[in-house]
Every structure is written in C-alpha cells, then in structure tokens.
Design a protein around this ligand. Structure first.
Ligand code: NAP
Length: 324
C-alpha cells in the first residue's frame, strides 16, 4: 500500500509517498481502509520539529474516515466494512491505517465519509475547550485565537450555540470574513487584540479565552480575562518557551488557567475521550456544527496541504483524499 513517510525533519518536501506492507491490527486495534485523512496543525509540528514523534522514519496523520478492514483480537462492537471515523496515533496519511478500537467511532447518521474525516480531532477538542475545560455559561463572552481554522471554526459555532458572545482573532481580513460566516463569530480582530477586546467588552474582559498560540498571545489572553475568567491553553503554534503562571498572576484576579490535549486524553483516559467524542459528534448530527472542507489533496500532494496550512493561508479543514 501507499503511505506518506518522513525520513528526516524539515519542510513540506520531506513528506514522501512510499510503498509499505499493509499494517495488521494488534490486540484491541482496528485497521481501516482509509477514504479521507484530515490535516492537523500538529502534523506540521511533527514533520518540522519532531513533536510527538517517537522515532524516524515516521508516518504522520492523526485522523481518518473509511471502512473497517480488520478487527484485532478482543475488539467488539465494530464490524468489517462499517463506516467509521477514527483518531490514530500517527500513520493516517496512508491507504490503510491502524487505530486503537477505543478511538474508532461509527460515522454519525446522515454524515458522509468526507465530512467524517474532519471530525475526530477538531470536534472533541472544540467541545472540550468550550464545555469540559472552558465550562462556558450562557451570556458569557469567549475569545478564540485562530478563529478561521479547524478548531477555531468549530469552537465558534459551539460557543454561539451555548449562548455566548463570540470574539475571534485571526491573521488576515479574509480569515476574519470566514470566521464570521462559518464560525458564527460576532466580532473578529486581525492581529493585535488587547485594545479591541477591552473596547468590545466595555473594559470588563472575557469569561473564557482559548489559546493555541502560546508566548505573548498566551500572556495577552490572560490579561484579557474578566474576574473569574478561565484561560484554556491547547497549543503552542508560536513555538515560544512553555508558559508558566503562578499565584501572582491568578490569585489577585480570581482567574484560572487550564489546558487540554486530545492525544494525551486518548492515551490516559480513553473512556473520557469516548464520552466526549459521542457528545461532540451529536452536535454534527443535529446540525449545530458544520466545518467546511476548503481544500482537498491526493495522498501524493500532502506537501501542498502542509504548505497551505504552514503559510497561515488555510481556513476551515484540509483533507487528503485516499480512497474517497
Ligand atoms: N490540544 C489539543 O488537543 C489540540 C487538538 C487540535 C488542535 N490543537 C491546536 O489547535 C490549533 C489549531 O489546530 P488546527 O489543526 O485546527 O489548525 P488550523 O487552525 O486549521 O490551522 C493552523 C492555525 O494556526 C494559527 N497560527 C497562529 N500562530 C501561528 C503561527 N505562528 N504559525 C502558523 N500558524 C499559526 C493560524 O491562525 P491565524 O493565521 O489566523 O493566526 C491557523 O488558524 C493548533 O495550534 C493545534 O496545535 C490542539
């Protein structure tokens, strides 16, 4: 079968299509004939910096849709041929991928395989940011970075559906228009946001800030919180040194900082992830959330998809078409 592999870390050009043996599922695992694979920002970090890469060569990719090909020993509740969406621990840019059965989900009714490939990382992550970690209440105000991206678009929709005022930050005017149209954002700021947030909230600040960027953006998001506000950190797109906050930043202002990682949750608490994913997928089935696929590439064009996202020019969700 064909799979995308990297032999070394570097730019998009290190992504190569190679011929490899079809992987067999081990105990508790499922193999899937891949229809589509989703592109995630974490894939770019893995390629470039080795983020969560155990060793080289490495096959990237964290999410797929497709048909169950084979079940490993002890797997119940799934059938060969069934349409599924799955979170993988790498190896998703391939004709066949293997996932832990705990992270393989039936495709929600009424959803096609193309849309299904957009769900496994973005939907549960966004749901966790808004509801589980963010504990958003109706009438509150949310501030989200990267508002036109995969997570940003869905987080905006979920926040709006939860009855919040939704503010976003993006890097271009085109992305601002996308976030308003597809992410239900009330206001979107381009670039610097500190002053604009204070004006928009009449000096009060926001109840929930979602930060996938880190560094200065993390600190500015913390400063933008209203009393009792929450900041959820869930990425480090800036590549800045890991943040650290303590009593002086939190105690006097009554604010809190939390975090979320879907990949760690999948490893440490698969039952929690299943519950979270079922709740999140229900928001697609009932029409609360849609995430537009804005570009689709062949497996051999994975580098092009990485270039698009790496240049900060992508919106919505990017997919690789494998057997779709
Ligand atoms: N913790 C988790 O469980 C989890 C799960 C999924 C995703 N994430 C994180 O959520 C973020 C969005 O992921 P995604 O896959 O949905 O990607 P995406 O948003 O579709 O695309 C990448 C995003 O990164 C933003 N960005 C900000 N600073 C950047 C920089 N210095 N270089 C490049 N891009 C930058 C871009 O927004 P602007 O150009 O508008 O700034 C763009 O929206 C990523 O940081 C990712 O690591 C975390």
């Amino acid at each position: 079968m064909r799979a995308v592999e990297i032999q070394e870390h570097g730019g998009p050009e290190v992504l190569e299509v190679v011929e490899v043996d079809v992987p067999e599922p081990g105990p508790g695992q499922v193999s899937v004939d891949v229809a589509y694979a989703g592109i995630n920002f974490a894939d770019l970090k893995a390629r470039e910096t080795g983020y969560r890469v155990p060793s080289l060569p490495f096959r990237p990719g964290l999410e797929i849709s497709g048909h169950v090909r084979a079940l490993g020993a002890g797997v119940t509740g799934l059938t060969v041929g069934q349409e599924v969406a799955a979170l993988t621990a790498g190896g998703a840019y391939a004709e066949v991928a293997v996932a832990e059965a705990a992270t393989v989900f039936p495709v929600p009714s009424g959803v096609g395989l193309r849309t299904a490939a957009t769900l496994p990382t973005v939907l549960p992550t966004s749901y966790a940011l808004i509801h589980s970690a963010g504990r958003l209440q109706p009438g509150e105000t949310v501030l989200a970075q990267g508002a036109a991206g995969g997570v940003g678009t869905v987080a905006g929709r979920l926040a709006k559906a939860a009855g919040a005022t939704v503010l976003g930050v993006v890097s271009s005017a085109g992305k601002a228009a996308f976030a308003k149209e597809h992410g239900s954002y009330d206001e979107v700021f381009v670039g610097d946001f500190e002053k604009a947030v204070q004006e928009s909230t009449h000096g009060r600040g926001v109840d929930l800030a979602l930060d996938p960027v880190g560094g200065d953006t993390f600190r500015a998001s913390l400063a933008a919180l209203a009393p009792f506000g929450r900041l959820v950190s869930f990425g480090n797109a800036s590549g800045a040194a890991p943040w650290s906050v303590g009593q002086p930043e939190l105690f006097p202002y009554g604010v809190s900082v939390g975090g979320f990682s879907i990949l760690t949750l999948a490893r440490t608490a698969p039952d929690e992830l299943r519950t979270l994913t079922e709740r999140a997928f229900a928001k697609v089935a009932d029409g609360t959330v849609t995430l537009p696929v804005t570009a689709e590439f062949d497996l051999a064009e994975a580098a092009e998809a990485h270039r698009l996202m790496g240049a900060r020019t992508s919106t919505g969700k990017l997919l690789l078409r494998v057997n779709g």
